[in-house]
Structures are given as structure tokens and as C-alpha cells.
Design a protein around this ligand. Structure first.
Ligand code: FAD
Length: 290
């Protein structure tokens, strides 16, 4: 392991000051389940680790009176799936948080770390996108908000500028008669990187027979997790039927630009997008109907 300095700031402002001072040589340390491995393997040079887990705001879950949700960027997956209100109102978040790694990883790994690692296959990112989550970012110049679908810019890259950090993820209150779901395909039961993944959120008409609106996102099939408005548009205003759902899944397949690598081929990945999008639509519909 390379030698590095360790800093544990007590506030966001302190963390930002350290990040701004050291520039690219400093990295935020959340759970460390990506960062420590990358540093040990020499894939990332880190001179200063800025451990943000001691900042209360970074590890808190806040349920707004209006039904909204705010999750500190370094909150562990285990804390998220242990929250009864999240389980009840945002089950798609539990889908993602409960399959990132195994129990040990989940007790450290955060959604903020998953997003800031910005891997094309990050298992929380499609879910964050379809739930309409916003990134709360603070840096030397102040704070700004970025929709999650605009956060990742290339494999391992994102919109964070020098000195900036992700403070929290904010979620709007789920609409009435809405539901969301996430699924992925891996060749074994756990502890693997997705060959493809997908998430869907839907809002249905009052009688549950028609799609009013939807959001669909897919992962591991493009350089970044992909928000696919064309797939959602295939659902909006249409009856809930296998035909409608097939059209949405075809639109998602058309948006994918997968590669062949050791985990899967282009054809397999495109096929999986179709399967996973259909499945997540069906689960989202079932959850919306209650
Ligand atoms: C055995 C194993 C299994 C895994 N399985 C999965 C899996 O199934 N699915 C999956 O998607 N991933 C998996 N991962 C990868 C990893 O666990 C996840 O990506 C995890 O969510 C990362 O969160 P973390 O808190 O550990 O991030 P860290 O490792 O602490 O950070 C990751 C990156 O994000 C940056 N960062 C973290 N927080 C912030 C912040 N608040 N502001 C700015 N930058 C920040 C760090 O500097 C670093 O570059 C696995 C890893 C291991 C070791």
C-alpha cells in the first residue's frame, strides 16, 4: 500500500478546505471499498485521504415532512436498508443497497461512494436516476445541485471540480400510485460486477391501468449509466400491457451501446437490457399498485 496522510475533518467546510488545498492528490474516503483497493493496486495515487464519516451530515438520513428524503453521501448501505421508512417508501433503494457486495461491504460502502466512483456498472446509479435524485455538492465556491443523470461524464469521471465533494443525495417525495425497482444480472449470486443493470420508476393512473409517466435507466451498457427518456416515453399515457412494456424495453435496448469484455458480449448485454427493463417495469407496476 502506498503511504498517505489521513485527515478526519469535523465539518464539510473543513473537508472542502483540505480538498482544495491538496487538489487531485486528495481523495474523499467514505467506506473505502473502492478507494482503498484502487490505492493498494496502484490504480489511483492518493497523498491525502479525507475521511468524511465523522461529519454527522454525511452519515444521516432525513425524512422530510413532505415525504422527501435526504441521505448523507457517506451513509452505509446497511444503515439505508435498516431504515424502515426507506424500505416502505423507496424500496428500489433497498434493491440496490442490499446487493452491493456482501454484508461486510454493505456495512462500509455508501451510495455517495458508488456514485463518485462513477463506474458504468455502479449498482446504485440507475436507481438514483429513476428516483429523480439530486446531488448536493459543496466546494470552495459554495454549493450547487446536479441531477444524478448529469453527474457521471465518463468511466471513473464526474462533474466534481477541484475541492468539491458530494454532501448528500436528495429525493423528491414519491408521487401517489408510483413504484420503482432495480435489477442486475451477474454470473453468480453475489460479489460481482453487473453484466447489465436497470431501474424503472412508474406513476400510474388512479385505477392502476395506465402509465402516466416513467423514468428508466440502464447500466454497464455504455460509458456511463444511462438515463433513457425514449424508453419512458414509450410508456407514458399507454395502458399497462405486455405490448407497451415490450416497446419500452426495445427503446432501452436501442439506447444501449455495450461493449464485449470478459463479463459479457454486446449481444448478451443488449438482450439483458431488454429482460431487465421488462422485469423492473413489472415490479415497479406491482409496487405502485400496492
Ligand atoms: C468485494 C466487493 C464487492 C463489491 N460489489 C459491488 C457491487 O455488487 N455493486 C457495486 O456497484 N459496487 C460493488 N463494489 C464496489 C464498492 O463497494 C461500491 O462502489 C461502493 O458503493 C463504494 O462506496 P464507498 O463508500 O466504499 O466509496 P469509497 O471507496 O470511499 O469512494 C469511492 C470513490 O468515490 C470518491 N468519494 C466517495 N465519497 C465521496 C464524496 N462524498 N464526495 C466526493 N467523492 C467521494 C472517493 O474519493 C473514491 O474515488 C464492490 C467492492 C468490493 C470490494
Amino acid at each position: 500500500m502506498q503511504a498517505f496522510d489521513y485527515v478526519a475533518p469535523a465539518s464539510v467546510q473543513e473537508a472542502v478546505a483540505v480538498l482544495a488545498k491538496h487538489g487531485a492528490a486528495a481523495r474523499v474516503l467514505a467506506g473505502g471499498t473502492d478507494l482503498i483497493i484502487q490505492a493498494r493496486e496502484g490504480r489511483r495515487d492518493v497523498a491525502v485521504m479525507v475521511d468524511v464519516k465523522g461529519i454527522a451530515e454525511l452519515t444521516s438520513i432525513t425524512h422530510g415532512g413532505d415525504g422527501s428524503l435526504r441521505i448523507g453521501a457517506a451513509t452505509s448501505c446497511a444503515k439505508i436498508y435498516g431504515d424502515a421508512q426507506i424500505a416502505k417508501r423507496f424500496p428500489a433503494l433497498i434493491d440496490s443497497a442490499s446487493l452491493i457486495g456482501g454484508i461486510q461491504i454493505q456495512s462500509r460502502a455508501s451510495l455517495g461512494g458508488n456514485l463518485c466512483n462513477s463506474g458504468p456498472a455502479g449498482d446504485s446509479i440507475p436507481t438514483l436516476i429513476v428516483l429523480g435524485a439530486t446531488c448536493e455538492i459543496t466546494g470552495p465556491g459554495g454549493s450547487r445541485s446536479v441531477p444524478v443523470e448529469q453527474f457521471c461524464t465518463a468511466p471513473g469521471r464526474n462533474v466534481l471540480q477541484n475541492g468539491e465533494m458530494l454532501v448528500a443525495l436528495s429525493f423528491p417525495a414519491p408521487a401517489g400510485k408510483s413504484g420503482a425497482a432495480f435489477e442486475r444480472f451477474i454470473p453468480r449470486n453475489e460479489m460481482d460486477i453487473a453484466v447489465a443493470n436497470a431501474a424503472t420508476s412508474v406513476t400510474l393512473s388512479a385505477d392502476g391501468s395506465r402509465f402516466e409517466s416513467a423514468r428508466i435507466a440502464i447500466g454497464a451498457v455504455a460509458p456511463t449509466p444511462l438515463f433513457v427518456p425514449a424508453a419512458a416515453a414509450a410508456l407514458a399515457g399507454q395502458p399497462v400491457s405486455p405490448e407497451t412494456i415490450a416497446k419500452a424495453s426495445e427503446a432501452a435496448q436501442a439506447a444501449a451501446s455495450p461493449i464485449t469484455d470478459m463479463r459479457g458480449s454486446i449481444d448478451q448485454r443488449r438482450h439483458l437490457v431488454g429482460v431487465l427493463v421488462k422485469r423492473t417495469i413489472n415490479t415497479a407496476v406491482a409496487r405502485a399498485r400496492g
